[in-house]
Design a protein around this ligand. Sequence first.
Ligand code: NAD
Length: 293
Amino acid sequence: MVGTFMNLTFPQILDGQRIGEEMLVALRDKAESFLVRTGRKPKLALLRIGENPASALYMRRKCAVAEKIGIECTASVFPIGTPLESVEEKISQWNNSPSVDAIMVQAPLPSAEYQRSVFNAIDPKKDVDGFHPVNVGKLACEDSSGFVPCTPKGILRLLHAHDIPLAGRHVVIIGRSSIVGRPLGLLLQSRTVNATVTICHSRSQNLASITRAADILVVAAGRAKLVTADMVKNGIVVVDVGQNRDESGLLCGDVDFRSVAPRCMYITPVPGGVGPMTVAMLMENVIQACEHE
Ligand code: NAD
């Protein structure tokens, strides 16, 4: 799996597990300072609709990490078919509660329209996922007072933590979702990062010819083994956001790690790459929300 390129040994692993854990240690101190200052813990409210096992697992994990670093959690689970008004009512209670600092709603929700209405109901100052239009707009305007979505923020932090230069580099992103690809494109092309960004999606033609031109490739398509060795150049940095199940039910990314890794300078593993960074960034955003106190 390890090769050489320009006298360097590669690939090197972008270790989201280690970086994420280091960040959580610092965040635990901040949660503790908040407790000393205010007499209460930071509080994150989470909401889910339906019993999708993956969503339930992600929510439990987020709560477990939060509680480990001194953030209190409260969770509401509504059955499928719950009228929008009932969910909006719950969010309104949390918006108006001085003891709730942060709100996150676990996607997916029953429909795109329902999801948009629920995200729009969250007070932008408590919207730690950064999906409210106010926060989306702030990201687009490079206004750093908003919340940045956790996965793109975590990807950027992971690249920075490994001193991977981004200014002037060509980053190709596969996927244009509002959760990953689109906000990541905005972050990378900002005047603080200065990357050159190409975003591909399911209607892009000649995907391989675009990915072969990438210095850095981020894959967030949700398609197991979409990216194969012939689609990347030697010395590339690959960030695999995908979380899929392979034929044996094991977690795997969107990249065929076995064939692609030997061509990479750096690559994220799945699991242990982007996932832990996303959770750490959620905790960072909760601490950021407390600064409105
Ligand atoms: P999504 O379904 O909302 O978007 C997928 C995007 O990929 C779309 O823009 C689509 O056009 C594009 N796409 C799909 N097939 C393609 C193809 N063959 N060629 C080119 N583009 C293609 O998904 P999402 O919410 O952005 O999530 C993507 C993946 O990332 C999923 O596997 C999800 O589980 C994972 N994810 C992981 C984390 C994490 O923290 N690790 C966070 C969010 C999402």
